[in-house]
Design a protein around this ligand. Structure first.
Ligand SMILES: [Zn+2]
Length: 76
């Protein structure tokens, strides 16, 4: 699958991890306004992370934790 936007990974990962400066976040948000692909991905990732964090804090089965850890997505 071809990634239509090279900026996506670069912009979205730190954005989701809340590691951007104010200026960078502004730029990322501007990009999300312009790029439907990023916007969809961002919403998906954000809801996924929210779900995972909630499930994590409520306590989840160890085997599910292992599966999530295997996804290599930084969760916390
Ligand atoms: Zn994009």
């Amino acid at each position: 699958m071809i990634d239509p936007c090279d900026k996506c990974e670069e912009v979205l990962q730190p954005y989701l991890d809340r590691e951007l400066t104010e200026a960078e976040r502004f730029e990322a948000e501007a990009h999300l306004d312009l790029c439907g692909y990023c916007r969809k991905r961002y919403r998906f990732e954000e809801s996924l992370r929210r779900y995972v964090r909630q499930a994590w804090s409520e306590g989840m089965p160890p085997e599910l934790k292992e599966k999530l850890a295997a996804l290599r997505t930084p969760i916390l």
